[in-house]
Write a protein that binds this ligand. Sequence first.
Ligand code: SER
Length: 615
Amino acid sequence: MVYFYKILTFLAKFTKIYRNLAKIISIFMIFSNKWTAKKLKNKFFQYFQGKEHHLISSASLIPENDPTVLFTTAGMHPLVPYLIGEKHPEGQCLISVQKCLRTGDIDEVGDATHHTFFEMLGNWSLGDYFKKEAIEYSWDFLTKILKLEKDKLAVSIFAGNKDVPAYDEESEKIWLSLGVSKERIEKIKDNWWGPAGQSGPCGPDTEIFYWTGPGKAPKKFEETDKHWVEIWNNVIMEFDKTADGKYQPLKQKNIDTGMGLERTLAVLNGYDDNYKTELFQPIIKQLENISGKKYEEDKKSFRIIADHIRSAVFILGDSHGIAPSNKDQGYVLRRLIRRAIRFARLLGIKEYFMASLGNLIASWYALAYPELERNEKFIFSELAKEEEKFSKTLDKGLKVFDKNPPKSGKDAFMLYSTYGFPIEMIEEEVKSRNLNFGNKEKQEFLEYTVQHANLSTTASAGMFKGGLADDGVMATKYHTATHLLHQALRDVLGQHVEQRGSNINEERLRFDFVHPDPMTNEQIKKVEDIVNQQIVAQLPVSYQEMSVEEAKKQGAIGLFEQKYGEKVKVYKMGNYSQEICGGPHVKNTSELGHFSIKKEQSSSAGIRRIKAVLE
Ligand code: SER
């Protein structure tokens, strides 16, 4: 424990220095001719604001009220209720830069363009403009505002598939009219985006690629050539995939677009590697200092470490109090941290480095994401704790290795599965000890890992079951019950109670909130009684749109993540509860039935978790 406090006090001294450094560098960048993330974001905002779009804040990286996915994976994710018909308080044309995390891409990380965490710029039409304008805007922005060479751009369109057989001829015509040659338009079956879960809004897409290879771009575009990097996706969101797998036309035709910030920034600066941008260079430089190695010597390890720590910092800093654990988001977080440490060992890094790198990243990004500054103590202490825990496990593994060096693929696999040794590490250890571990053993080891991977994929696939916009009748009821519960907890336990996470499905609600101690039976009973009184009182449920400031002034509760001046919906349940929320909700609390708390337990330090049902 003493060790952590020492580290924290030590780091605190440097936090300010880093932050000032980040500020100085960002001022200096204004005078350089390099593209910065800030400049790119501003150009995007200006362009679309000039076309009557409203800028909305990035939603949390942890989806609210969505049990089917662990993280926000795209800018459209928090907009799902509005894509299927809810009215958005900021209007029908929106833009955002959204924090995203995609665990599905973890094995690709290590190349020049894939990340687990990334920022996505997007513009949306919620039943306003459609295909023609969307394609024209994207082309206009890339070629006129960012001034990307037209000759290095190519596009793909939807080729049709078994569910929707027709190819997207209309998009093809629009691209041709913009001057894109036929050879640079490829028809692809997979050009379909969504739904993000198993059901919800989706549609064909048309993607824009940039040539990052040497010399002139080939005349003919082939998506399989890795030098073509996708930078923009226009999704023509006109279908709703139902729970039974059917595609029905959406009542409201939408546009959903996404541009990867890191990739576009690299392209604009003429880099063929996202890690050469200002977003990663400070991390890479510090890793070079700690390891004594150069980036060029082992790009893959440098990239994996930089990517994973950045993701870990954003998960920890997201105000949901997610700490490393063996479940859900906490499990992903643990995997990211541990993987970064393993690759750091491959680079020869033996000392603790997580908290200091985390500090650098949090300080660098705090200008754009103030939550990282607010939660910095939590970020550093969790990184340091997990690093210490895992390092001990690895050291134990090394001792086992020394005592009982692996002779077969099976032995090596035991080391891997029990102590988390990656194959690269096992190979290094074997090599440095001149052990007899050849190709046959390695092959056997790989077979075991494949079997193991299949098992764990099947296990984790279960977590993604169900629809994304699970706005079934029961889920909507649970959503309303969650608001009542939140207010009741504040009445019984005190005003310090704040939501930290909410997860709803058709069977139950789960609610995480700030409270230091286990609840007593009396407190649980009291909360239940209050919620049931509000149900019996038949409170009408309604909402009003107002600015964030107005909502706060009226005493509404909820996670205030929106920016100054932004409009939000405030849901009211009679005079009992007022909370910022996108909906949907039932019309009257009398629809809920009987509320009963089934479990009250710890979620993480200082955070309690309640599971409750409606009977
Ligand atoms: N939802 C689409 C994507 O993620 C466009 O934003 O690519």
